[in-house]
Design a protein around this ligand. Structure first.
Ligand code: ZN
Length: 356
């Protein structure tokens, strides 16, 4: 019989994200205090849905809540897990039999239904050592209908002492019945200033580098922290950004050629569109004359230049095209066709884009 003690880990950032505590998770004050309040009042729901953009720290928050609930070393009114007891240490090591992180295998596009069934089976067993049996299931939107329906039954008739911590960056893609059975915990992206400060104060990143990483991170603190430790991530992202920027002055055939390299798969296409969208907002802001709102990053001068030359209507038109492309990719349209159509909508700049 499966015991639920395994912990599949495919997400690269957990090692450092796990080190965070409720106190050190950047921003997210409202989400954090809601969970802390429930734990201290012993009014724990059977299911929570933590929502927010990717790499914002949803799983970190869920792990921290699990640690708070299972901690054996804190006083009843202490809002933080002790970090030192057997439970806290086991959760940090991903080895707690009653706090299981259920991660989609990296080679699967959706959560395998057998894994979901196994979770449901384990949920019906009593906790082994802790007061609760907790399952953290990230990316709940990546579940086929059969899995979602199986999970729904557990949400409708939750076993005693079970807490499901579901997370999603796309709650709009979930079954409404799943949403209505969960207590919602929305996480807002931390402000760019909060990320910049956190990088400098907690991860000792020097100020100039912190500004650069913040502008590339698009509000995703998890990405910024990881990139601070792995410089190649920031370099790759920066190279992608400059390739996108240069497309404005590229000829039509070059644009179509580039589409093939940007849209190798849906994830690559989505990453390109999201990065582009983030930068293009700056182009629109510059076109509108809102210079104080343009992000301070390596591509700021180029955003100002493109905004000035292209003007408000054309830059806003392309922002709409980017939003539509992202929606099309979410709806699983062909990534190559989506990117090709997008590149044909991109306004053309006569002058070659200056690089740095
Ligand atoms: Zn503890």
């Amino acid at each position: 019989m499966p015991t639920g003690a395994t912990c599949e880990r495919t997400v690269g950032t957990f090692a450092q994200e796990e080190a965070a505590t409720m106190r050190t998770i950047v921003g997210h004050h409202a989400a954090r205090s809601l969970l802390t309040r429930e734990a201290l009042a012993s009014q724990v729901s059977h299911a929570y849905l933590i929502t927010g953009p990717e790499r914002i720290g949803r799983t970190t928050l869920a792990l921290e809540f699990a640690r708070l609930l299972q901690c054996q070393g804190r006083a009843a009114d202490d809002p933080e897990p002790c970090g030192a007891c057997d439970s806290c240490r086991k959760i940090a090591a991903c080895a707690h039999p009653d706090a299981r992180l259920v991660v989609r295998p990296a080679d699967k596009r959706v959560m395998p239904v057998e894994l979901v069934r196994e979770v449901i089976h384990t949920a019906n067993l009593s906790p082994s050592i802790g007061p609760w049996r907790i399952f953290i299931i990230p990316e709940i939107e990546r579940m086929a209908a059969a899995s979602a329906n199986a999970l729904l039954k557990t949400l409708e008739e939750p076993p005693e002492r079970v807490v499901l911590l579901l997370t999603s960056s796309q709650p709009e893609a979930l079954l409404p019945t799943v949403i209505s059975r969960c207590q919602l915990v929305p996480m807002q992206a931390p402000t760019t200033e909060e990320i910049r400060q956190a990088l400098m104060e907690r991860w000792n990143v020097e100020p100039g580098r912190a500004s650069e990483l913040t502008s590339l991170a698009q509000g995703r603190i998890g990405w910024a922290i990881e990139a601070a430790q792995r410089p190649e991530m920031a370099r790759e992202r920066s190279e992608l950004l400059w390739r996108l920027i240069a497309l404005t002055s590229a000829a039509r055939d070059e644009r179509l050629r580039t589409a093939g390299t940007l849209a190798t798969d849906t994830d690559a296409a989505r990453a390109a569109v999201e990065l582009w969208m983030f930068w293009w907002r700056d182009v629109v802001l510059a076109a509108c004359g809102a210079h104080g709102l343009v992000s301070a990053g390596e591509a700021r001068a180029e955003a100002e230049r493109q905004g000035r030359v292209l003007g408000v209507d054309r830059t806003q038109g392309f922002l709409t095209a980017l939003v539509e492309a992202r929606e099309a990719l979410e709806a699983n349209t062909n990534p190559l066709l989506t990117i090709e159509a997008l590149l044909l909508d991109l306004p053309a700049l006569p002058i070659s884009a200056a690089r740095r």
